[in-house]
Design a protein around this ligand. Structure first.
Ligand code: UGA
Length: 435
């Protein structure tokens, strides 16, 4: 099938490459000429495991093309995905900024030829798909199209696997014809017996926000339990196992840590709160999850300060990891962005390593020292903080780390190491919610 994807950001690029791999004929379109010319040169602007290879393979095999020409790419396509960015609005009020989506809708409307489905893939407030359909109809009353909402559930760092083997596919499509085209697009997933949820546009849009909000609530819940465990002498890892084995609760997303970050949970929880507020409905559980998350990050600052005896002046803090999770170069709303500046402001030197995030971080925090590996981050440090659980931080030579540090103090914000082992090795070891 001939498919066009508008927007070559994270979602657009992954969707384009994966649909090409399914066998479709994909054109990825973006207005940003430099982005498209880099892609045409084989350069992938984001770090996502497996993506560069998938793009290269499908370009070589003739199923994936890149262009800045909207007219050529939209005319004749059976399906057009809108995957442009929906950042939080510049007003800072938590609303999603829909400028790019609406602009894309008005423009693509003029180039539709024959029956086409227009699919909203970006995360958007409830009602957006219907508004996009209205804008297309206004711009081109002759257009023969159906509007579809098809939210994505891709995790950064695991996006290719998530696309190719999803837990479910949600399709808001209100005509049988549109549902038929969507079934054809995702045909390979039917062979894997992937569940499909066909629904109306509004429900599909809300499913996306509700999924991210629920997962955020789960994380904030376990973070609160971790704090309680610390006070009563219980162990949150056992607690998570003990509750997670109940099939109604489920074991996933019960890892305590420095708080959730990234480009989705922080933005989408706040956007859902705005949607609820606008509609006169309370969403107190989501509100609590957001507040707990802010408190969790502040709690991590205190944890690090306390282990250093409260005085940070002249201390060196080694940091392992800056990105909001492993296998990404994404720093957006990463807990490190909230945790490290207050420590630096109180006089500590921050000495950090991250496998992918240092280029971006050095633009935000030129005052930190960026080093080449974990051992350099530990050298001369008064405390070593494991912030992001990259694989390369999971099997450190701890004797070597200890010998390099000014004093053997380890703060493990991801509960990677065993408290017993760390103490046996002679570390003062602090983690999250464990004795
Ligand atoms: C999230 C969702 O998991 C995806 O399904 C969704 O498609 C995506 O948002 C989106 O809306 O585009 P992502 O932000 O890539 O994906 O990352 P997650 O793996 O969900 O992690 C988010 C944050 O929660 C990270 O900071 C992570 O460290 C934290 N987290 C996650 C925990 O603290 N504990 C956990 O148990 C799980």
């Amino acid at each position: 099938m001939k498919i066009t994807i508008i927007g070559t950001g994270y979602v657009g690029l992954v969707t384009g490459a994966c649909l090409a791999e399914f066998g479709h004929q994909i054109t990825c379109m973006d207005k940003d000429e430099s982005k498209i010319s880099s892609l045409l040169n084989g350069e992938i602007p984001i770090y996502e495991p497996g993506l560069a290879d998938l793009v290269q393979k499908n370009v070589q095999e003739g199923r994936l093309a890149f262009t800045t020409n909207l007219e050529d790419s939209v005319g004749g396509a059976a399906a057009v995905f809108i995957a442009v960015g929906t950042p939080s609005s510049r007003r800072g009020d938590g609303y999603a900024d829909l400028t790019y989506i609406y602009a894309a809708a008005k423009e693509l409307a003029l180039h539709l030829k024959g029956y086409t489905i227009v699919i909203d893939k970006s995360t958007v407030p409830v009602g957006t798909a219907r508004q996009v359909a209205r804008l297309i109809r206004e711009a081109n009353p002759e257009a023969d199209f159906d509007m579809v909402s098809n939210p994505e559930f891709l995790r950064e760092g695991a996006a290719i696997a998530d696309f190719q083997r999803p837990d479910r596919v949600v399709v808001g499509a209100e005509s049988e014809k549109a549902q038929g085209v969507m079934k054809e697009i995702y045909d390979p997933l039917y062979l894997l017996s992937t569940p499909f949820v066909f629904t109306d546009l509004e429900s599909a849009e809300l499913i996306k926000y509700a999924s991210n909000a629920f997962l955020s609530i789960k994380i904030s819940f376990i973070n609160e339990m971790a704090n309680l465990c610390e006070q009563v002498g219980a162990d949150v890892v056992d607690l998570a196992k003990g509750i997670g084995l109940d099939g109604r609760i489920g074991a996933k997303f019960l890892h305590p840590g420095p708080g959730f970050g990234g480009s989705c949970f922080p933005k989408d929880t706040v956007a859902l709160l705005r949607i609820a507020q606008e509609n006169g409905v309370s969403a107190r559980s989501v509100e609590a999850a957001v507040e707990i998350n802010a408190a969790q990050k502040a709690g991590m600052v205190k944890k690090i300060r306390d282990v250093l005896g409260g005085d940070l002046a002249g201390k060196t803090i080694g940091v392992l990891g800056l990105t909001f999770k492993p296998e990404t170069d994404d720093l957006r709303d990463s807990p490190s962005l909230s945790i490290l500046p207050p420590l630096h402001e109180k006089g500590a030197t921050i000495q950090v390593h991250d496998p992918q995030g240092m280029d971006e971080a050095s633009k935000i925090f030129p005052e930190f020292n960026y080093v080449g590996n974990s051992y350099e981050a530990a050298t001369g440090a008064d405390v070593l903080v494991l912030m992001t659980e990259w694989n390369q931080y999971r099997a450190l030579d701890l004797d070597k780390i200890k010998s390099l540090m000014n004093q053997p103090v380890f703060v493990d914000l991801r509960n990677v190491y065993s408290p017993e082992k760390m103490r046996e090795l002679g570390f003062t070891y602090v983690s999250v919610g464990r004795r």
